[in-house]
Design a protein around this ligand. Structure first.
Ligand code: AMP
Ligand code: ZN
Length: 492
């Protein structure tokens, strides 16, 4: 591990509301838990923003030499429609709508989730545990919380006693809210409500006879509340205390606040040292969400098939668009911003081809070591990817100046520039060159060679119709062919 880089990394911790030096509990090991998707429907671009942001964080930690155990769960049970333990079970409802088994719904949308994230070139987590696969662990944790006096059972359901917990701990610590403020926005307990306090939340919910997914427990047949799964699975795979716990900002007030309370009540200690939250992707200022109906599905975005989209945008254009804003800033979707991101991404990729062709000189007229340091400084400042991109464009300017003969690079500096551009663009930002086959098979390159040769023969035969048609139809899907002296060149 590079000790020097290690010391410099700072991370914004939601708990302290400051940037703190990153000091893992058990270096070089880092435990990172990120709340994953609720797989009852397709994920939208907002969800993708959170997972892509944590992918970049994961990638940078790996780049610094940390051995990261990255756990991202799949919520496949226990998620009711209301945030206050009311409403229908999301999986059961969807299963009814699609006439499928709940586990068919889970399988369908888990596969879709993986497919989308792989199009965005995210690395898979080391462990991807599911709520239904960890019912025993959740029951054991609930038993412990009851034994310690922080939860109570009523009619086959178990609730967390927030009032009791709040007398000993700061329940609103994560969002910096006082007990009175926490009560705002919660409704009075109704006559039907079994909870003792308005902030109490379910750890275990008694099943109705018609509940599709239910398990036996010491309290009868039922299913776990939403929050307990993450406490049980993070403890199981990362230990009672671990380094980073992440998710979208919308999870702070309820899900993560309750996770902290559960873990403290059960284990006597707060689970994570650093809490990291990504900000929301918005559309015209409104948070993109499944319920607001403004969620573009990634496939709509790629095809352009949505009323708000003027054209399709490739996965790497979208990833570049996201990396251009810091993960803690809101990011508003617009066609203009995505078109600009497409140009920026293309410029970056083109500069890499120019970089390949550069020849070294005896001496350097530019400071490449300084540029590398600035790239690290950007990412060390709480993973500031927009500043990193600005530094990479300094690299692009250097590449173009050397290519134009205005600046020179020694052989070792040229090597360093090649290494740094590739490392930060591909390994850290997680971009891919879309003109190359993702699997390294060379299929895209081979197919383009074939098409260009067919067009060449057409032109030799003065078959301008075919030649123009190939050019125009490729253009319509975003591939540009340029005729040059040495033959045609193409770019996406
Ligand atoms: P869900 O499947 O709704 O549980 O959400 C999965 C993840 O996406 C969670 O970490 C959410 O906080 C995050 N998320 C949801 N909506 C957005 C959004 N508009 N922008 C960024 N992240 C989001
Ligand atoms: Zn969670």
């Amino acid at each position: 591990m590079n000790e020097e880089k290690d010391i410099k990394l700072t991370v914004y911790n939601t708990l302290s509301r400051t940037k703190e030096p990153f000091e893992p509990l058990r270096p070089p090991f880092v435990g990172m838990y990120v709340c994953g998707p609720t797989v009852y429907s397709d994920i939208h671009l907002g969800n993708c923003r959170t997972f892509i942001s944590f992918d970049m964080i994961y990638r940078y930690l790996l780049h610094l030499g940390y051995k990261v155990r990255y756990v991202r769960n799949i919520t496949d049970a226990g998620h009711l429609e209301g945030d206050r333990d009311e409403g229908d079970d999301k999986f059961a409802k969807r299963a009814g709508l699609e006439q499928l088994e709940p586990m068919e719904i889970v399988q369908k949308y888990t596969l879709g989730f993986h497919e989308v994230l792989s199009l965005f070139n995210t690395l898979p987590p080391g462990i991807e545990p599911t709520a239904t696969g960890h019912i025993t662990e959740q029951i054991e944790m609930i038993k412990k919380i009851i034994a310690r006096g922080y939860a109570y059972e009523i009619n086959g359901s178990v609730y967390f006693d927030v009032q009791k917990y709040g007398r000993e701990h700061d329940y609103g610590q994560l969002t910096n809210r006082k007990p009175d403020e926490l009560l705002e926005g919660t409704r009075e307990l109704g006559g039907q409500d079994e909870k003792r306090g308005r902030l109490d939340f379910a750890l275990w919910i008694k099943a109705k006879p018609e509940t599709l997914m239910q398990w036996p427990s010491p309290w009868g047949w039922g299913f776990p509340g939403w929050h307990i799964e993450c406490s049980a699975m993070s403890t199981k795979y990362l230990g009672v205390t671990f380094d980073i716990h992440g998710g979208g900002m919308d999870l702070q007030a309820t899900h993560h606040t309750n996770e902290i309370a559960q873990s403290r009540a059960c284990n006597g200690t707060a689970p994570a040292k650093y809490w990291m939250h990504t900000n929301m992707l918005t559309v015209n200022g409104v948070r993109m969400s499944k319920t607001a109906g403004n969620g573009f599905l990634p496939r709509e975005l790629f095809s352009g098939n949505h009323p708000l989209l003027e054209q399709g945008y490739s996965p790497m254009t979208v990833r570049f668009f996201m990396a251009q804003s810091h993960y803690r800033s809101t990011l508003d979707f617009s066609n203009e911003a995505l078109k600009a991101a497409g140009k920026g991404y293309a410029k970056l990729m083109e500069s890499l081809s120019v970089l390949e062709k550069l020849s070294p000189s005896a001496t350097s007229s530019v400071d490449i070591a300084g540029l590398e340091e600035k790239c690290h400084a950007a990412m060390n400042d709480d993973f500031n990817s927009p500043v990193l991109i600005a530094r990479l464009f300094d690299g692009v300017r250097i590449i173009n100046s050397v290519s134009d003969g205005k600046e020179t690079l020694s052989a070792s500096d040229l090597d360093m520039l090649r290494r740094l551009m590739h490392t930060f663009i591909f390994d850290v930002l997680g971009l891919r060159d879309e003109s190359k086959s993702a699997d390294g098979s060379g299929i895209i390159e081979g197919l383009m060679k074939l098409i260009i040769n067919i067009r060449k023969s057409a032109r030799e035969n003065k078959d301008w119709n075919t030649s123009d048609r190939i050019r125009d139809e490729l253009k319509a899907i975003g591939v540009e062919i340029k005729d040059a002296k040495e033959g045609a060149e193409w770019k996406i």
